[in-house]
Design a protein around this ligand. Structure first.
Ligand SMILES: [Zn+2]
Length: 269
């Protein structure tokens, strides 16, 4: 039998900070990019302790409303809303979202976004998209730089759809993949192929061909999904047709259970 947890005494004060700042944002008194007063000043304004201020600011930072820049201060998040990966990665862990489900969501979202980008892209959107493609072609020797431009390319397309909700959603879903992708080894041939795919997307957006842009985005993301799966399974020493779940990545093929080896033999590709 458990007793209900006792409410920490500071919680009410923290809630006052969170709801007070939220209200100021909703009233437009605080806007994107604004710097908040110092902790000391906030403590005075809210009539609470500095630890309560700090806890409140951290809570708002965790959901992407604030950015705490050490040494510089606390700011209302500017730029594309960074509701970021945290809430979604927590949900993913809690509910066991699979990579296939996440990829499907990403494809549904980004294919539609590519279609909207064709209709709404401004000349400056087009040049931002084009710059990322050019940078990708210049980064074959540096997979980390390539990945960065890949991420920025998808962001630039989302921006060209001119819907901040979609920008935020694309950011949220795609950032979940970044961590995985940083751990995978990118070969030069893969980078060339990926750069070509991005260029095909860019060209169809420039050509104003919505259907071709959607198809190119879909083909790109589907290939990326297959490539990542193959890389992950190669790293884990198991066949791409088995789902390793929480298998440790150090497991070798010879240590794989017989069930997995049987699947290897029935692979068609
Ligand atoms: Zn890409």
């Amino acid at each position: 039998m458990t007793t209900p947890p006792r409410r920490p005494p500071a919680l009410a004060a923290t809630e006052r900070v969170v709801s007070g700042l939220r209200a100021a944002i909703e009233r437009g008194e605080l806007q994107a990019g604004d710097q908040l007063p110092s902790e000391r000043e906030l403590a005075r304004q809210f009539g609470v302790s500095r630890p309560s201020i700090r806890t409140g600011l951290k809570a708002l930072a965790a959901v992407g409303v604030l950015q705490i820049r050490h040494g510089a201060g606390t700011f209302i998040t500017a730029g594309p809303p960074a509701l970021a990966s945290e809430p979604l990665s927590l949900l993913a862990a809690l509910h066991g979202f699979t990579r296939a489900q996440l990829f499907e969501a990403r494809i549904v979202l980004e294919v539609s976004v590519a279609g909207l980008a064709v209709e709404r892209a401004t000349p400056s959107n087009l040049s931002a998209i084009g710059n990322e493609v050019t940078a990708m072609f210049a980064s074959f020797g540096d997979p980390d730089a390539f990945l960065l431009h890949d991420i920025r390319f998808h962001r630039a397309i989302a921006a060209a759809a001119h819907n901040p909700v979609l920008v935020s959603m694309v950011e949220m879903v795609s950032s979940l993949f970044e961590r995985v992708r940083h751990t995978t080894i990118r070969r030069a041939r893969d980078l060339q192929e990926a750069a070509d795919e991005h260029r095909a997307i860019e060209q169809s957006i420039r050509a104003g061909d919505s259907e071709r842009a959607r198809q190119a985005m879909s083909a790109h993301l589907r290939r990326a999904e297959r490539a990542q799966d193959a890389e992950r399974h190669a790293a884990a020493g198991v066949s791409p047709l088995t789902f390793p779940g929480r298998r440790r990545s150090g497991a070798s093929a010879s240590a794989a259970p017989a069930r997995n080896r049987r699947v290897v033999r029935t692979r068609t590709s």
